[in-house]
Design a protein around this ligand. Structure first.
Ligand code: GLU
Length: 420
């Protein structure tokens, strides 16, 4: 995934706002206001490593916008984490919450690190110290972290514990995506991948492409890609390729998703010799495979002007945040490829995060059926709203989703007014 390195995600996110704001005819001052982050914190902090040494890490917590409610968004552990990436991801969270109309603003955080080379103890030390560093910003009524790339329910448990110790009492509502035993919600773990499947299914129905027998390609096999792939397979689609950061496997007859994921869990790698279920391919080759539905569910800037002309999918359902650049969007639109944009396709995660937070605040528990019904209802309604804007305004689905999200934030800003 080398090609993404040179592209700045904040430039992509900013250009997207300009396109949507132009369509919405937003006042220039308001446009500037919603582009800017509200609050950004950079911290450099020490962590005791297993060999006794002390290592300094750099982390961020960004609140992009809190006009519609408390800031909400994940925490990412990855070597590429930097300020601009965090600002872009926080901005996308603001639009995402607004598209599905849940009362949150947008945030993102992360630590620049390589979690694959760290022991569980080192990860715990880093998480606890990072939580302490950002504790002044987070809280159930101000900013609520959640899992993102290479963080998981265990990391959320450490954040919740550290924050609770600081406060002197248990505060489950400070993070979502927690283990069930600590106030996590049923259905949260699979929510993002499930949402990708639900919205792709809506797109397929709109385009009259049957899901049964549809050829699906998935980039990424984590909490988003792996779970989406399982939902597609269950619905009778043929998952013909799936990958991790090192590369993928391709079998045009269809892969057994469960076996592929099992292999990943067992060997930490999909393309391990001996466990081969298909041909080995690179992540670049995977994106250009002949298929009906492509699910980029890894990192940003994967679909660029370099490969947009070669993509053969009919539908792209963006499991990742920001996988497509603005120039690539234009190429795909001209070629008639239907995109379910990230802020709609992967909004299932933050939607069930919201359910988790509501349950924590009210100290009640919803069952799996209630969660699933509410999630499906919200995502189907949001898809229909975005599609109707796209058809009415004759814009692509991304612009339509941004118009819906940004329009809601702009209206909320107008109603609240500028203080003083
Ligand atoms: N990290 C996820 C996202 O990008 C989930 C955020 C959340 O649940 O707050 O949407």
């Amino acid at each position: 995934m080398e090609q993404g390195k040179k592209i700045n995600s904040l430039d992509v996110a900013t250009k997207q706002v300009d396109i949507a704001a132009e369509r919405l005819k937003l006042d220039p001052g308001l446009r500037e206001k919603i582009k800017q982050t509200k609050l950004e914190l950079t911290v450099h902090f020490p962590v005791k490593m297993d060999d006794g040494s002390i290592k300094i890490f750099t982390g961020y917590r960004i609140q992009h916008n809190t006009t519609r409610g408390p800031a909400k968004g994940g925490i990412r552990y990855h070597p590429d984490v930097d300020l601009d990436e965090m600002k872009a991801l926080a901005m996308w969270m603001t639009w995402k919450a607004a598209v599905v109309n849940i009362p949150y603003g947008g945030a993102k955080g992360g630590v620049q690190c390589n979690p694959k080379q760290m022991s569980p103890k080192e990860l715990e030390n880093m998480t606890r110290r990072f939580t302490w560093e950002i504790a002044l910003m987070i809280g159930p009524d101000r900013d609520i972290p959640a899992p993102d790339v290479y963080t998981n329910p265990q990391v959320m448990a450490w954040i919740m514990d550290t924050y609770s110790i600081l406060k002197g009492y248990s505060v489950p509502g400070v993070v979502t995506g927690k283990p069930l035993e600590l106030g996590g919600s049923l259905g949260r773990y699979e929510a993002t991948g499930k949402g990708v499947f639900i919205t792709a299914q809506e797109a397929a129905a709109h385009l009259k492409i049957p899901i049964e027998g549809a050829r699906v390609v998935v980039q990424g096999c984590g909490n988003v890609g792996g779970i989406a792939a399982q939902y597609f397979e269950k619905a009778g689609a043929k998952v013909i390729a799936i990958s991790d950061s090192k590369g993928g496997i391709y079998n045009k007859k269809g892969l057994n998703v469960a076996s592929a994921l099992e292999c990943k869990t067992k060997y930490y790698c999909l393309i391990t010799p001996g466990a081969r279920m298909g041909d080995e391919i690179t992540n670049e080759e995977l994106l250009e495979l002949d298929c009906d539905i492509l699910v980029p569910a890894a990192l940003e800037n994967q679909i660029t002007p370099k490969n947009a002309g070669k993509i053969k999918a009919k539908i792209i359902a963006e499991g990742a945040n920001g996988p497509t650049t603005t120039e690539a969007d234009e190429i795909l639109h001209d070629r008639g490829i239907f995109i379910v944009p990230d802020i709609l396709a992967n909004a299932g995660g933050v939607t069930v995060s919201y359910f988790e937070w509501v349950q924590n605040l009210q100290e009640l528990l919803w069952n799996e059926e209630e969660i699933s019904e509410r999630l499906i209802r919200i995502l189907k309604k949001s898809f229909a709203e975005v599609l109707s804007i796209s058809l009415r305004e004759k814009v692509d689905m991304r612009t339509a989703a941004l118009m819906l999200g940004i329009g809601r934030v702009a209206e909320a800003t107008r109603l609240r007014g500028i203080y003083p």
